[in-house]
Design a protein around this ligand. Structure first.
Ligand code: BTN
Length: 253
């Protein structure tokens, strides 16, 4: 029976370059912390996003944290863990008290309408002891931040833009971790099949025509769901279904 997954009490830093870098350094030190270790920051000075992009946050007030996941599986087998994390963040936003209708934009962004509210960065690999160690960094836009869209060339949305409330990251994080823990624990025990139906039901762009930018070009088609291994399923113009396993970007067609 696989072990259950539990987060440790988060360690809060006032300021750091990147919470993911902190955990990666600890893993590289030769004395890695246990699976479920969480490091959160009030301010990041060099936050990183996917594909080498910077992660631009408010000066403070956004939720920014990373955690370590350790397991005895291959990188390939763990490829759907970020999808479980995205679904956990969606659960957090959809639940009381926020009740925000968020959707999972494959592979691992969280959107509200057509604005990105959360991004997930997964890094790591197999350590010398043969265990897979992944550092998963999560950033949730909380503070309204004028100019963010122009800076990154994409529409974003923050919790504060959706309602009159002010939210402190220290108050939000325990709730985020609660919902994440539920999805990761289920995934760790039973694999991707434990989250596939819910992920598909909450898939951003389902039924819409999208273009996936791949390394070798672009593919346009209608999103029909998610494959057994977490791939994005797209129906092409000739009616065939194409499963996309990795992508550099998904755009509205
Ligand atoms: C993306 O959408 O490109 C992923 C963004 C991930 C941002 C988070 S914030 C906490 C952690 N530390 C980082 O430097 N990046 C991740």
């Amino acid at each position: 029976m696989p072990e259950s997954f539990r987060f440790s009490r988060p360690e809060w830093l006032d300021e750091t370059a990147s919470t993911s870098d902190i955990l990666k350094l600890r893993v590289a030190s030769g004395n890695p912390p246990p699976s479920g270790t969480v490091v959160a920051a009030r301010r990041q000075t060099a936050g990183r996003g996917r594909m080498g992009a910077p992660w631009l946050s408010a000066r403070e007030g956004d939720v920014m944290f990373s955690f370590l996941w350790t397991g005895g599986m291959s990188l390939d087998e763990a490829a759907t863990l970020p999808l479980a994390c995205g679904l956990g963040v969606r659960d957090f936003l959809a639940a009381a008290p926020l009740r925000i209708p968020a959707a999972c934009k494959w592979p691992n962004d969280i959107y509200v309408g057509d604005g990105k509210m959360c991004g997930i960065l997964t890094e790591g690999g197999v350590s010398a002891d043969g265990l897979l160690r992944l550092v998963i960094g999560i950033g949730i836009n909380v503070r309204a931040r004028p100019g963010r869209d122009e800076e990154i060339g994409r529409t974003t949305v923050s919790l504060e833009e959706l309602g009159p409330g002010r939210y402190a990251p220290e108050d939000l994080l325990p709730n985020v971790l609660h919902f994440l823990e539920g999805r990761i624990d289920a995934w760790q025990r039973g694999g991707f099949r434990t989250i596939r139906t819910d992920f598909t039901a909450n898939l951003w762009g389902l039924g819409r025509s999208l273009t996936a930018r791949l390394e070798g070009g672009r593919v346009t088609g209608t999103v029909t769901g998610i494959g057994d291994r977490g791939e994005l399923a797209i129906r092409l113009a000739d009616g065939t279904i194409r499963l996309i396993a990795s992508v550099s970007a998904i755009e509205g067609a």
